[in-house]
Design a protein around this ligand. Structure first.
Ligand code: ATP
Ligand code: MG
Length: 562
């Protein structure tokens, strides 16, 4: 990360092209000289936030922070469908969790409906908007092509007539879809967004905040610049698909009596492979029970990532490192995992857990003896302290840590081989017991009392080190292993439905795992590195004292190739 600091001397974000534009604007002679940088994050409250939104949040809030400015949170609710308080609350929670703050500047776009209406009247009065009676089909038919301009027989309708009709549209005198208000710009423009775009439509839909007060609703391209103007936004940062809409954004701002002139700057959307990111598709996964809710740890939603074990720092570092550019690209899922591993490696408490247990019996260790070992919670952070693990004659080890007939280069337990029982002793494998089916049910070994702590006083080499849990002093846990939700890098492409690519192995539930006793006190959302296994997080919904559930956030091995 570049060393960009805010008022509190915190590293905010790496430099990008947006900063260059802003610095020009804030400099002497620039459009905003002497003003505070003011941005906004405008989610539509029709779903939960996902990792793509995290990038926008990082850009919107991070840019404001970088320049000691402010960023508003605005629910973009001009579209009166599928909006829900549940989403609004979740959006706020996720942004706070990511570490950003909108102060007391929380708004709804719908609170500006009256101003939008008045600005529309202003445009009509200036001869810059007219009521058009083309049906949607006719409008489509008359839109023209690159050689042919669009047309509307209503374009030269007298101002008075448009004013009267628009007021009556609002009063509810006309059918849905029978009339629109169009901006009078340029029917021959090479940019089709400028060919007299519709700015109001009639739509009798109940709005989640304004109820039945309105039966006409503004179109996004007209509403958004007005929302920005109403809030005194200086820089309206948005994704690339709005680039071709910028001339219309500027047209609106220039032609209404706006007290300020926000500048729209576009940046590339974030795409990640092996997942989908559109809210519509995420909602479908939830509603059709392909996953267990918006916060299912396999979902790319912020709440899903949180439940999986992601930290705000990991997500911020990811969004910073992928950078901000003008070119859309797909980031490898492995890079997100890499950023998580990087953070958890530094902050997660170490512990031991056996996922697929088999008993190891140390035949020369006294039956009734128990020893205590003080082990560090983190190899590089002595300040994280130590904890006590107990050791006895019977341990649980990973079943894969024993092979009766070892494969080449296998350095763990096999008859005759010595292995280090992490932090405890060196043991030598002496054999095993099998059931009728030939499955190993117990492994036997003898220990060397001279090797307490896992050291060899005579300096002999012991290659393998294995993790373990005292079979007389442990807690049982359920461990959930996750894999990509989709089996292909781009489930959205091709002619098949994305649902056809769901990975049936994306969730594997292991019951009867043995974890060390210290974890009995683990609290929801606590994160650990289980030695040799990966990073795990206590499930925030299903875990409880006596019924521990861990989610594997990410494995230890880094699959990400730069
Ligand atoms: P979706 O297609 O998932 O519904 P959206 O763009 O309609 O996404 P909004 O709630 O309108 O979702 O998005 C709020 C803000 O977040 C917008 O400024 C939008 O540009 C930005 N955003 C959404 N998805 C991404 C993404 N994948 N990468 C970067 N920014 C995004
Ligand atoms: Mg949207």
């Amino acid at each position: 990360m570049a060393d960009i600091l805010n008022e509190n001397n915190e590293n905010v974000m790496s430099s990008n092209f947006i900063h260059q534009f802003i610095e020009e604007d804030m400099a002497e002679g620039g459009a905003y000289y002497g003003k505070k940088v003011h941005t906004r994050f405008p989610p539509e409250p029709n779903g939960y936030l996902h990792i793509g939104h995290a990038k926008a949040i990082f850009v919107d809030f991070g840019t404001a922070l970088k320049y000691n400015g402010i960023c508003n949170l605005r629910m973009d609710d001009t579209n009166p469908t599928k909006e829900d308080v549940e989403y609004v609350d979740a959006i706020k929670e996720d942004i706070k969790w990511l570490g950003f703050d909108w102060g007391d500047r929380f708004y709804y776009a719908s609170q500006y409906f009256e101003e939008m209406y008045n600005f529309a009247i202003e445009l009509i009065n200036k001869g810059l908007a007219y009521v058009c009676e083309l049906t949607p089909e006719q409008m489509h038919e008359y839109r023209g092509d690159l050689q042919t301009p669009a047309k509307s027989p209503y374009r030269d309708r007298p101002i008075e007539e448009s004013l009267d009709l628009f007021k009556r549209m609002r009063a509810g005198e006309f059918e849905d879809g029978s009339m629109t208000l169009r901006a009078k710009i340029d029917l021959a423009s090479g940019n089709f967004n400028m060919r007299d775009p519709v700015i109001y439509r009639i739509n009798r839909l109940k709005h989640h905040r304004t109820g039945d007060e309105w039966c006409i609703y503004p179109m996004y391209d007209f509403a958004h610049p007005i929302e920005d103007v109403m809030e005194g936004i200086t820089h309206s940062l948005c994704t690339l698909e709005f680039e071709a809409h910028r001339p219309l954004y500027d047209w609106v701002v220039d032609n209404i009596s706006a007290p300020c002139k926000p500048r729209q700057i576009e940046f590339a959307r974030l795409g990640i492979n092996n997942t989908v990111m559109s809210k519509r598709k995420l909602r479908q996964l939830v509603e059709e029970n392909y996953v267990n809710g918006w916060d299912d740890p396999r979902m790319p939603t912020i709440c899903g990532l949180r439940r999986r074990g992601y930290t705000p720092a990991a997500i911020r570092s990811f969004t910073d490192q992928i950078g901000v550019s003008k070119v859309n690209s797909i980031v490898e899922y492995g890079f997100l995992e890499h950023c998580l591993r990087d953070d958890l490696n530094d902050v997660a408490t170490r512990a031991m857990a056996v996922l697929d247990p088999v008993k190891l019996i140390i035949t020369n260790y006294p039956e009734d003896k128990t020893e205590e070992f003080e082990v560090e919670n983190h190899p590089n952070h002595p300040e994280m302290g130590t904890r006590t693990v107990t050791f006895s004659r019977e341990l649980y080890i990973e079943s894969t840590d024993f092979m009766e007939e070892p494969v080449k280069k296998y350095q763990r337990l096999y008859p005759g081989n010595e292995v280090r029982i992490k932090s405890a002793y060196i043991v030598k494998c002496t054999g095993c017991k099998k059931d009728e089916k030939g499955n190993v049910v117990e492994v036997y070994a003898t220990y060397d009392p001279e090797t307490r702590g896992g050291n060899t006083p005579d300096g002999r080499k012991v290659r393998g080190t294995i993790h373990w849990v005292n079979a007389k002093d442990y807690v049982e846990a359920e461990i959930r292993l996750y894999d990509n939700l989709f089996t292909v890098p781009d489930p959205d492409s091709g002619d098949k439905n994305f649902l056809d690519y769901i990975n049936p192995q994306s969730l594997v539930v292991l019951k009867g795992c043995k974890v060390e006793k210290s974890l009995a006190k683990a609290e929801k959302q606590d994160r650990f590195q289980f030695m040799r296994q990966g990073y795990f997080c206590v499930d925030s919904k299903d875990s409880s004292e006596g019924n521990l559930v861990f989610n594997r956030a990410v494995g230890l091995k880094d699959s990400f190739k730069k």
